[in-house]
Unconditional design. Structure first.
Length: 168
């Protein structure tokens, strides 16, 4: 990696792989969730993730690059951690709170990655790519805000109200 462009392409490939891993994990998270609103949030984010992958494909086409090539180990670790928690957490209300927290970790990671990629695209005068990357970052931010509202208005309170969860 000798130039910022190389780092930019590698970051985009890692983000692409992260989205692919997210695409695989969201159905499992939705299935594990007990609250309809949490399931719906994950199901809708699955659709958004599919659209984000299509947008990234556009960026790669414009760059003349392949989206494959770099595995995102950070996302892999977050997915594995979420899968472990799905197996470990017994209380459904607590599990929903834990799933939201896990999803928000992913969102924050993605927001950071897309923000960096957008900034680099701007510096390389890749204005179309920068616009697409900003749109994806904005979507990730909206998902994070939605999950925060869901957690703060209902899910966390229900998890705390469960005597078994409070004793654990």
């Amino acid at each position: 990696m000798n130039q910022l462009r190389d780092a930019y392409i590698e970051l985009l490939q890692e983000l692409y792989d992260a989205e692919q891993q997210t695409l695989q994990s969201l159905p499992l998270m939705s299935q594990a969730a007990s609250h309809a609103e949490v399931k719906q949030a994950f199901d809708e984010h699955l659709q958004m993730t599919q659209e984000q992958i299509r947008m990234l494909d556009q960026v790669f086409q414009r760059l003349g690059q392949s989206p494959g090539g770099h595995h995102c180990k950070i996302m892999q670790a977050m997915v594995q951690e979420t899968q472990q928690k799905i197996q470990m957490v017994r209380d459904p209300d607590t599990l929903d709170a834990v799933l939201i927290a896990a999803a928000q970790k992913v969102e924050h990671f993605e927001i950071t990655g897309y923000g960096t990629a957008r900034t680099w695209a701007l510096h390389m005068n890749e204005m179309d790519a920068a616009e697409i990357l900003q749109r994806i970052a904005d979507q990730e931010g909206e998902t994070d805000k939605r999950l925060t509202r869901l957690a703060e208005t209902r899910i966390n309170r229900e998890a705390m109200a469960n005597p078994q969860a409070a004793a654990a």
